[in-house]
Design a protein around this ligand. Structure first.
Ligand code: ASP
Length: 331
């Protein structure tokens, strides 16, 4: 797709082109990649491509969501995702409000249903929701008329992270079909792992979950992943290695003897990188614990796509908000 011209027109043409091929974006909400078809995922990626160059202009704005209101409802900490949604909404010319869950009436006993219905009553178009309980964005979506986008629910899904990861893989490797992708570390507690898995399998990649038995349960095989517990034995086969943080906030018991031991076996050190393909793409959703899941020299090295992922997150989130809002206004 060309990168010149009006991005909103290009986004509309990406949508129209896929409509001609009978791929229509029908969803008012984006709750999980598990719910989408391969064509719908490709449509988001193509629409994101159309929005990519907005961020490189001196005036970083297009009027696609002018006059619309986006509310960030984050009940859990976030650095990248929250800022990325704010900037993406601003680049679409929406008005953006940040709702701080800690200083809200939830602490006075108001239910989440009442809270979101009150917020919606102020004329909101899109709600961006992060919550530590899996399924909360789904619950909210059932109770409001506006669009709801899941920005991470417990250990369930983080669909826009999955999309930006897949977008970055496609951008660098030129394809997803046939790619060998490793997802390494705390797979059991990671919503990023689940969203990557669903999206990548639908687009034809091979996905291997790598980690200790306590963090990579056999259940992932039923979801279509391969499982490996010895990183060094399999590392050379991968085109992409996506490293995960140990989700200490979701781990209550000891799942490995010590962090040093974990890092020695599953961390991406400079030494271990020597066994990988020379052009392997190294990814991480952030926040990185340098020296634990990944050495600083690897995170900042030539194979790392970590900052590219963050940049791509903007275009992907612009595409998701644009498509969901279009579907809502068309219905
Ligand atoms: N930022 C990602 C998430 O919210 C990954 C992480 O926190 O480790 O799931």
């Amino acid at each position: 797709m060309s990168t010149t011209g009006d991005p909103v027109q290009k986004a509309k043409s990406a949508a129209a082109a896929s409509e001609r091929e009978s791929v229509v974006w029908p969803h008012r909400h984006l709750l999980a990649l598990e719910d989408l078809t391969a064509d719908e995922i490709r449509l988001i990626l193509d629409t994101a491509e159309a929005f990519e160059d907005v961020s490189t202009r001196s005036v970083k704005k297009v009027p696609a969501l002018r006059g619309r209101v986006v509310v960030n409802l984050f009940f859990e900490d976030s650095t990248r995702t929250k800022t990325s949604f704010v900037l993406a909404a601003q680049r679409l010319s929406a008005d953006v409000v940040d709702f701080s869950a800690k200083s809200s009436s939830l602490s006075k006993g108001e239910s989440i249903r009442d809270t979101v219905r009150n917020i919606e009553a102020m004329g909101v178009d899109l709600l961006i929701v992060r919550h530590h309980v899996a399924g909360t964005p789904h619950l909210i979506a059932r109770n409001v008329g506006c669009c709801v986008i899941n920005a991470g629910d417990g250990r369930h899904e983080h669909p826009t992270q999955g999309l930006l990861d897949i977008y970055t893989m496609r951008q660098v490797k030129g394809r997803i079909e046939g790619l060998e992708v490793a997802i390494v570390g705390d797979v059991a507690n990671s919503r990023v792992a689940r969203s990557n898995l669903h999206g990548l399998l639908k687009l034809g990649a091979e996905v291997t979950m790598v980690g200790p038995t306590t963090l990579v349960p056999r259940a992932f095989e039923k979801m279509g992943a391969r499982i490996a517990h010895d990183f060094d034995r399999v590392i050379e086969q991968f085109d992409v290695i996506n490293m995960l943080r140990i989700q200490r906030e979701r781990i209550s018991s000891n799942v490995f003897p010590s962090l040093q031991e974990y890092s020695r076996l599953f961390g991406l050190s400079a030494q271990r990188m020597k066994r990988a393909k020379p052009d392997v793409l190294v990814m991480h959703p952030g926040p990185i614990n340098r020296g634990i899941e990944m050495a600083a020299s690897v995170a900042d090295g030539a194979n790392s796509a970590v900052l590219r992922q963050v940049t791509n997150g903007l275009a992907v989130r612009m595409a998701v908000m644009f498509l969901c809002k279009q579907a809502a206004e068309g219905s």
